[in-house]
Design a protein around this ligand. Structure first.
Ligand code: SPV
Ligand code: MG
Length: 309
């Protein structure tokens, strides 16, 4: 399982390779790369400190952090503002959840080129119609026509500057109940349209339909999954299926919801006494945000200024 990034990096953790090249290299390594969901600078920093080599800027989680539903209620510029925070907070490659691309081929390529410019490593686009609804909500998931979505992928590919920036095509065929054959046909069409990887999504409680897809796919492109509902599957099984990426899409946001609820209820009902030992100290927060680096830099630049005076 990939848990570290072996690329050479400088003192600040920056790599000489582009974010897209870094993500490509990770997905090409043997075994699934574990990609952690993030929704702001803090969750990105915590995921990086834990050891994850790449991040997923989750539409669900960024929407939740903005206080809105994952049904294209946040504008794409609002979401890219969040993505910028995720990118800046760590030196890790970030795969951006671009939902449906917010309309047609033109809005999708605008989104993708802006994501590239703010330093993301790739964008994942899904083959539903705008406005989409989160894959775990309801049954009204309408798939976009295959040719239209293929054209959208091709337009995005053509608009990019970095040839290594990744376009990941996500098919929602299994979510929409369209079946395995439709999912495979769509993934193949998206490969031919220029996708660099495929994200096959499922909301079944077991890995069975993902396993069927992965076996039939036979590694034509790197395959990514988000095992939100089939989380009990051992990671070794994902490796056996030849998966390239496993995205823990929303666990960090859900952990934060539980912790914030507990803290608010406890403070309201009982006051601060029982809460304090269960929450991060301020020193822990300052360490995470590297306040000490700022103090060190202050001394360094003071000295540099005196050298030149
Ligand atoms: C997201 O994180 O927004 C995703 C993955 O699209 S999921 O919510 O699991 O569908
Ligand atoms: Mg999403």
């Amino acid at each position: 399982m990939t848990i570290t990034n072996s690329q050479s990096r400088d003192r600040l953790g920056r790599s000489p390779r582009s974010p897209g090249a870094l993500l490509r290299a990770l997905l090409a390594e043997p075994g699934p790369t574990l990609v952690m969901g993030a929704h702001d600078g803090l969750s990105a920093r915590i995921a990086a400190e834990a050891g994850f080599p790449a991040l997923w800027a989750s539409g669900l989680c960024m929407s939740t952090a903005l206080g809105v539903r994952d049904s294209d209620e946040a504008s794409w510029t609002e979401l890219l503002g969040m993505v910028a925070r995720v990118v800046e907070a760590s030196a890790l490659p970030v795969l951006v959840d671009g939902d449906t691309g917010y309309g047609n081929f033109n809005t999708a390529r605008r989104f993708v080129t802006r994501a590239e410019r703010i330093g993301a490593a790739g964008v994942c686009l899904e083959d539903k119609v705008f406005p989409k609804m989160n894959s775990f909500v309801g049954d009204g998931h309408v798939l976009a026509p295959v040719a239209e979505f293929g054209g959208k992928l091709a337009a995005c590919r053509d608009a990019l500057r970095d040839p290594d920036f990744m376009i990941v095509a996500r098919t929602e065929a299994l979510i929409a109940g369209a079946g395995l054959a439709e999912a495979l046909d769509r993934a193949e069409a998206y490969r031919l349209a220029g996708a660099d990887a495929v994200f096959i999504h499922s909301r079944k409680p077991t890995v069975t339909e993902i396993a069927e897809f992965a076996r039939a796919w036979e590694g034509r492109l790197p395959l990514l999954i988000a095992p939100t509902t089939y989380h009990a599957t051992p990671l070794e099984e994902f490796a056996r299926l030849g998966l390239s990426g496993v995205i823990w899409a929303n666990q960090s946001m859900r952990a934060a919801v539980t912790a914030m609820k507990r803290a608010c209820h406890s403070l309201w009902a009982e006051g601060p006494v029982s809460l304090e030992p269960t929450i991060a100290s301020l020193d822990e927060v300052f360490d995470l945000m590297r306040y000490q680096d700022l103090a060190d830099d202050e001394k360094r630049y003071e000295a540099r200024g005196q050298d030149g005076a």
